[in-house]
Design a binder for this molecule. Sequence first.
Ligand code: SIN
Ligand code: MN
Length: 200
Amino acid sequence: MVEMDVNGCRVLKGFLDLKAQQMIVADIRRVVETAPLFSPLTPWGKPMSVGMSSAGKYGWYTDKTGYRYEAKHPNGSPWPDIPASVIEVWSSVVTNLRLPDCCLINYYKKAAKMGLHQDKDEQDFSWPVLSISLGDTGVFRVGGTSRKNPTQSVNLESGDVAILGGNARLAYHGIDRIKFGSSTLLNGGGRLNLTLRVVD
Ligand code: SIN
Ligand code: MN
């Protein structure tokens, strides 16, 4: 495994082997059977291009009222538990003193992307955000804590883990594009990204 530093974001290239990736994908498929993917509306009223769902105590949500965490899926059911295969990544990279409250599931099809933003809807920024990439490669851009800071890009490939913590916890980040068809992990292609956060 190779570790990279991208503007303070730690990227653990090839952290998960194929078997671990397949196990997580199978577990996430079960999660989205009870908590189906949806495309939430941004506060500006536009549907996001990614398909989203969550597992854990809270799910991240957005609509015209703004960004927030919700204890239930829009269908009214509590979010499923975060699979043990996913928690294990957090425990081995971050800590097992505190486990994440939310596993946000983002599914990117061919044309999906995510604009530069900060993850700042959580209460305590001393906990890092950990991201797991599965399937097609995503071109990830990381800047600083101001939108004006210079950015660096890195390809997040299947099995890579990225950590936004410390001085980079509030770094602007986003996905410019998906290299569709670059991986055979997911039937039908696309990219699955899981982000783990401590919320309260
Ligand atoms: C996110 O910032 O919520 C997702 C980032 C990614 O897809 O890698
Ligand atoms: Mn984010």
